[in-house]
Design a protein around this ligand. Sequence first.
Ligand code: NI
Length: 216
Amino acid sequence: MSVEPGQFIPDEGIPSFGPVPRFRKTCRRWNAEGHAHALTFSCFRQQPFLSRDRTRTWFLEALQEAGKKHSFDVWAYVVMPEHVHLLIRPREANYSISAILADLKQPVTRRALEFLQASAREFFSHMRDEQPKGKIVHRFWQRGGGYDRNLFNAEEVCEKINYIHDNPVRRGLAKDPAKWLWSSARYYFERTDGLLAPDLESLKEFRLRDGKLYPR
Ligand code: NI
């Protein structure tokens, strides 16, 4: 469906942001409907594996597939050369962030290995990781879950989305957020047919001002 920026339709069935008690201290992995997760994860040894359109496309395809499989909305994303930031909102109460992360990462690794096998075998050495016991594995992503944080209210969500969108600007890769092709900012600010449109219908109403997002 097509939606105008600043006039997003509130999702009736989902608890809206509103004031919510903070569970962060006692229950960091508290999974609940209507709560967004900010995820960050990096390429193996911070190498710029995501500096190619090919690998970026693989990642966005994995993101789209994982969103369908695990029923989450994508609220914001940015693909940087050596890491990724995402803001997702699971639509159901039961979900597993580690299962979601596996489905975001594994397809990219698989496609990278297939590609290198077929046409760039010399690049395998960049992905090579020798385990303590001598086993060799090839990694696209840095080991471990990366960074995962629950966001509980509209202010935090807007702050995080602005932070995500500003990444390429802080790094000097783009003059303004919407100029970075590999980000949801284009869709927020320019209504461009981005590569992967974020699921803005489920975001509570907000307004855009001076290139930033604010709660209503
Ligand atoms: Ni970053």
